[in-house]
Ligand binder design. Structure first.
Ligand SMILES: [Zn+2]
Ligand SMILES: [Zn+2]
Length: 182
């Protein structure tokens, strides 16, 4: 998942890239643990342009992930499709090199810039980061998922359990008025 600087012409460069999750170490780890099972490769559509010596990259990253529903623990399909905007630069303009290499890297980050060297930009790290940021903390199999009964553990999407509404009402009396009935 790379951009060759020489390929960026005056009117920019458009790229369609697809790579399997195995090429992204952190995603691969989530996948192997079963926390986020990638059911599609990671695809990236981007456009790169040269702007006063810097490389501006805009695009979208998309993939499909199966996670556990945060209410019922059943499979929740998550579509990742998020835009990104990155600016790469070989060196920082008008910045004193005071903190050595590390200082320059921190300064670059503060300015929203990513440093690169050589003739290519490797996008793997930032693309991986974009995917992780796009994964929901509370995935849902369905926005209306009823979840599991807190008493007997029954999946309330499948059937009402025998625990009865009284248990439910005592514990959730305060929430009752918020419930949108069907
Ligand atoms: Zn659910
Ligand atoms: Zn129950």
């Amino acid at each position: 998942m790379r951009i060759r600087i020489a390929d960026i012409k005056e009117d920019g460069l458009a790229l369609d890239l697809v790579e399997g999750v195995a090429n992204f170490p952190v995603l691969q780890e989530l996948h192997a643990k079963g926390e986020s099972v990638f059911t599609q490769p990671v695809s990236v559509q981007l456009r790169a342009v040269l702007v006063s010596g810097m490389v501006e990259v805009t695009g979208r990253v998309a993939t499909r992930v199966e996670m556990a529903c945060s209410r019922c623990l059943g499979p929740a399909e998550v579509m990742v499709d998020s835009p990104f905007e990155l600016t790469y630069t070989r060196e920082l303009p008008d910045v004193e090199d005071e903190g050595g290499e590390e200082g320059v890297e921190i300064a670059a980050e503060d300015m929203g810039l990513i440093l690169f060297a050589g003739e290519e930009i490797d996008l793997r790290g930032v693309i991986q980061e974009q995917v992780i940021l796009a994964l929901p903390f509370h995935p849902l199999c369905d926005p209306n998922c009823r979840g599991l009964c807190i008493k007997c553990g029954a999946d309330l999407n499948e059937k009402a359990c025998q625990c009865g509404p009284q248990d439910y009402n005592i514990k959730f009396a305060a929430l009752k008025n918020l419930k949108i009935d069907d």
